[in-house]
Design a protein around this ligand. Sequence first.
Ligand SMILES: Cc1ncc(COP(=O)(O)O)c(C=O)c1O
Length: 391
Amino acid sequence: MVYDFDTVFDRLPTSSSKWSYRKQRTGVEDVIPMWVADMDFASPPEVTEAITARAAHPIYGYTVSSDKYYEGLINWMKRRHGWSGIQRDGILYSPGVVAGFNFAIQAYSQPGDKVVIQPPVYYPMKNAILNNGRQLVDNPLNLVKDNYVMDYEDLEEKIDGRTKMIILCSPHNPVGRVWKRNELEQLVEVCEKKDIVIVSDEIHFDLILGKIKHTCTATLSEDAMQRTVTLVAPSKTFNLAGLSNSSAIIPNKKLRDAFQNVTQNHGIHNSNIFGMVAQEAAYAKGEAWLEELLTYLRGNLKFMEDFIKEKIPGLKVYPLEGTYLAWVDCTSLGMDDAALKEFMLKKAKLWFDEGTMFGSGGSMFMRINIACPRSILKQALERLEKAVKEL
Ligand SMILES: Cc1ncc(COP(=O)(O)O)c(C=O)c1O
């Protein structure tokens, strides 16, 4: 390996959401935090160099997204995701993907309208729908032979005249599925029939650990292209979440104008300088680092799966096709959800995201972020093993 993923950094002095507020937020000082989705790895050195070089110029005034910024994203989408022909004016800036789906809700629905999500799913989606005064429609994933699948019949049944859009999570956080092309095709077919907008949150698109290739929803057909708003960012891939930078790719002019209208009404008109520079460097020079990251993450996954199989066999780790967030069924520990949370924090001293946060289907699950040096992962698993054996 050319790049280093083993160094353990002290993130405490950096106001890290994951590390710096453990006592305030959990009541336990020395928990190992494996909850929020950022990584305990240094970003690619090429990115740090670019940020440092820009920081050396001491004027940080209003900044407009550069040609290099747009070209970098367009080339990345083409090279790594097979999506050719994205036009520069089809790309809109958003300070984050969560902001992006909030803007989309405001752009494509009215208060009281319905918006669909597929739980268990990334919880800010539900909050965005409810906080904006829209009605939440759950189209839960089904578990078929230990594989999470979409329920197209249920979806079709639930879409009525007030339903304006679905927020898709692809790859899916927290169940770790990378949706196959034919699965997405069936989803698009229903959305086309019922004429609703698809907001496709593809923030985890580069983090593919298994054999299934990521398919961008918009590329499935001309109809999909015209009804899909694709939300992407380099933040998960290159560990840049603190730089507040993401893109909404919206080929359809009407949808794009509506989205832009909302962002303008929120006063969003400039890029974040360092977010822009980081994305330029990451997409131009970060590919070798990403390949090594994926190798390391696959190694972490295998390490965890082997450890659990051998030493804590009651726990069930679902196949992690994409993302670095493992979805683990803890039913065999024989607790209820409140007791499980307490057990993980106070006995095992581990801070995971509880499954119930992700909506229906999450009970008795824990979502475990494995994007950390293997030594930390090992320490965490040893804590878990010890706590389980003492039960
Ligand atoms: C599916 C999904 N969407 C969005 C985000 C966050 O995006 P941002 O930090 O750009 O708002 C996350 C972070 O965990 C995520 O998992």
